[in-house]
Design a protein around this ligand. Structure first.
Ligand code: GLY
Length: 413
């Protein structure tokens, strides 16, 4: 009897391997193919709408009339569209996408000497970083090193941090002297690349110093985060803990938390320092504990709650609303595909897959030809600024495609 039971178990295990696992693999394959096909069709329409890069036509969002809204290259987001084109090349191996990605990437070269704000990492590494990874050309390395030099002009020994925005009167009347925002963690990846490419350790040393300052000042005990810390330029101390895009100074803005999860996961990859891994895990666990069932966060985890007081000039009409922010979801989804490689808790992969399916569902993914030809709907740019609410955003598409690529490359189902 026992022998027969064992035989039955073995047969069942074989059946699982032969039938169920391939079925899962096929499910994964068709999910990826379906999304890639959609992204290819939608992005071809986007390219028809933009024409060739002019320096002024980087896709960003959708206007209220449904038409495409673009920026010039000096805004913080021009690197994402070239980056998305690189992911399409990686996902399809079709040289059409390489040609387009090269065109849009090369158009950003003048930014290598730009020092006007901290977003050089987004601008130059989502574009040239992917270019170097997928189709290296002479000159790319120098452009990345030069961009890293520009970014590090914003580092100061007193504050031990890279200044995010220039000081002065903030949009709601508050004066900031040395604002450093959680988003800045994302710019550090380019500094590690610059050290690898140049042999100059100054870049990665600055990245580590900045990350340590962020870890000390922006993260609360429960691993929630402040958006902005304003530093005293004389003593270097954290003088003011605030928000610019969140609900309240002491709330947790969902996209800020997303940048931090991604940023500290990257810090662990680059340094293998387990303090960063523990930090990434703490930040991710806080985020996951605050999600609704479909895993797409409300734009700020404390929006409308008692004890969280919106800034005096916050957009009073809409600040109490609770729209979801798919851009935060896409960033975290991509980050968790990486974090699961390092963290012992394998549920991060399952969360990432569920998030990707949620983003790709009809609730959040556009139909061909709608959404001004962006892929993902229902993002939130900034509620306090009354800007880009319930709209597509180019960076949601970028991280959605990166997540799709990471899922495709993962050996897990
Ligand atoms: N880095 C700006 C934002 O996330 O809106």
């Amino acid at each position: 009897m026992k022998q027969q039971t064992n035989k039955f178990r073995k047969a069942l295990a074989l059946l699982c391997c032969a039938v169920i696992l391939p079925a899962c693999t096929n499910e994964k394959k068709s999910f990826i193919t379906g999304n890639v096909d959609f992204a290819v069709g939608q992005t071809k329409l986007m390219l028809q709408a933009t024409g060739d890069p002019t320096g002024n036509n980087y896709p960003r969002t959708m206007k209220n009339n449904g038409r495409l809204s673009t920026t010039n290259m000096y805004d913080w987001t021009p690197g994402f569209f070239p980056g998305s084109l690189w992911f399409l090349y990686e996902l399809t191996n079709d040289t059409l996408w390489r040609h387009e990605a090269e065109k849009w990437t090369h158009s950003l070269e003048p930014l290598k000497t730009f020092t006007g704000h901290h977003d050089l990492g987004f601008m130059m590494y989502c574009s040239y970083g992917n270019a170097l990874r997928l189709a290296p050309k002479p000159g790319y390395a120098d452009i990345i090193i030069r961009s890293a030099e520009s970014l590090t002009t914003r580092f100061d020994e007193r504050t031990q941090a890279i200044k995010s925005w220039n000081g002065g009167k903030n949009w709601d009347g508050v004066i900031w002297y040395y604002p450093v925002i959680v988003d800045n963690m994302m710019n550090l990846e380019m500094l590690f690349a610059a050290t690898r490419l140049s042999g100059d350790r100054r870049f990665s040393d600055i990245a580590v110093t900045h990350a340590n300052t962020t870890m000390k000042n922006h993260i609360r005990e429960d691993y929630s985060t402040y958006h902005v810390i304003d530093f005293d330029t004389i003593t270097g101390a954290a003088a003011n803990k605030a928000t610019a895009q969140g609900f309240s100074d002491n709330s947790t803005w969902a996209r800020g938390q997303a940048w931090m999860i991604y940023g500290f996961t990257m810090m662990y990859r680059e340094t293998l320092d387990t303090t960063y891994l523990d930090t990434a895990v703490g930040l991710a666990d806080f985020y996951l504990a605050h999600l609704p069932e479909d895993l797409i966060p409300v734009w700020d985890f404390n929006a409308g709650e008692e004890g969280y007081v919106p800034g005096k000039n916050s957009n009073a009409v809409r600040i109490q609303e609770k729209p979801r922010d798919t851009s935060a979801a896409a960033i975290v989804c991509s980050a968790l595909f990486e974090l699961q490689n390092y963290a012992p808790d394998k549920s991060y992969h399952d969360y990432a897959v569920k998030m990707l399916h949620s983003l790709a569902s009809p609730n959040y993914r556009a139909q061909l030809g709608e959404n001004a030809n962006f892929l993902i709907k229902h993002c939130v740019g900034s509620i306090p600024h009354n800007a880009e609410i319930d709209k597509p955003l180019v960076y949601a598409d970028y991280y959605f495609l990166e997540a799709l690529t990471r899922y495709k490359n993962s050996s897990l189902k």
